[in-house]
Design a protein around this ligand. Structure first.
Ligand code: T3D
Length: 262
């Protein structure tokens, strides 16, 4: 059986491909563990300076594999709180806490947890034909995989509730117009554009990127004063990196900087 998640490391960029195309890359237990292992690897290996996530086939990810939730084959209702705690939430926490950029190329439909995992990453590019669907309400569930947080922070309550309660698909273009994602890209250009961006990040000032990510995320919950303190602390750390010294030296020498991620 093929691996449910494919990984390929090149020039500091870890390409992670969700790989259950006949199920639209829906999550079974194996895929959960494999995605988590890939993100954990990005935490552990200094050589990895950026992650790019995409899906194999025509979809990005259709969320939970509902074949594993057939009530006619179960002895009673499942404890979905337990499956979130065991499978989804650790991966979401690893994504948000990774001190390196994560780019997502949403190559096709992203539904349920599949949509929300994409939204939790740092830079979301989506093919114009892609759709984001908060599919939960159609089967009696509620937004998970960080969706209630990200949708409300990024869109506000009205649009978050509209998407979550109706389950209507949102086009990539509309998602970009609303500020839910970074960009909608022509289908044929998606992987080239996402790969070029990820490679650019992979040769950038990794510590500065990681601190920038932390700072923007902290602003969702901090007040202004706390955020100023946070900026003071992150800038202090950034100012001590070799990449900052290289950036300033390169500017003064009128040459391109060579960042080493340190
Ligand atoms: O359970 C827990 O642990 C709690 C956590 C929950 C997190 C969640 O993500 S809940 C939400 C689960 N996802 C969904 O409800 C989405 C279900 N899928 C769809 O609504 C549609 O498939 C799509 C809108 C994503 C795409 O529609 P379309 O028309 O392009 O494709 P399709 O024909 O519906 O699907 C193609 C195949 O993929 C089909 O299989 P077949 O008939 O060719 O053998 C379909 O059954 C399969 N598929 C699609 N989504 C899933 C799936 N199989 C299992 N699980 C899926 N989620």
């Amino acid at each position: 059986q093929d691996a449910t998640v494919l990984t390929d490391l090149s020039d500091g960029m870890l390409l992670v491909t969700l790989n259950r195309p006949d199920k639209l890359n829906a999550f079974n237990e194996d895929m959960h563990l494999a995605l988590r292992a890939a993100i954990q690897r990005a935490h552990d290996e200094d050589e990895i300076r950026c992650v790019l996530i995409t899906g194999a086939g025509r979809a990005f990810c259709a969320g939970q594999d509902l074949g594993d939730r057939d009530p006619r084959k179960m002895d009673g209702p499942p404890d979905l709180g337990e499956t979130l705690a065991t499978f989804y939430n650790p991966t979401l926490r690893l994504i948000r806490s990774l001190e390196k950029p994560i780019v997502v190329a949403v190559n096709g439909v992203a539904a349920g947890a599949g949509a929300n995992i994409a939204l939790a990453c740092d830079i979301v590019l989506a093919a114009r034909s892609a759709r984001f669907i908060q599919a939960f309400s159609k089967i009696g569930l509620t937004p998970d995989a960080g969706g209630s947080f990200m949708l409300t922070r990024l869109l506000g309550e009205a649009r978050a509730k509209g998407l979550a309660l109706t389950g209507e698909p949102l086009t990539a273009e509309q998602a970009a117009d609303w500020g839910l994602i970074w960009k909608a890209v022509d289908d044929a250009a998606l992987m080239d554009e996402a790969t070029a961006l990820a490679h650019r990040f992979a040769s950038g000032p990794t510590r500065g990127f990681g601190l920038t990510k932390q700072s923007i995320q902290a602003a969702s919950t901090n007040g202004f004063d706390a955020q100023l303190d946070h900026e003071r602390d992150t800038q202090r750390m950034a100012g001590r990196t070799a990449d900052y010294a290289e950036g300033v030296s390169a500017f003064l020498d009128k040459r391109a900087p060579v960042f080493r991620g340190q």
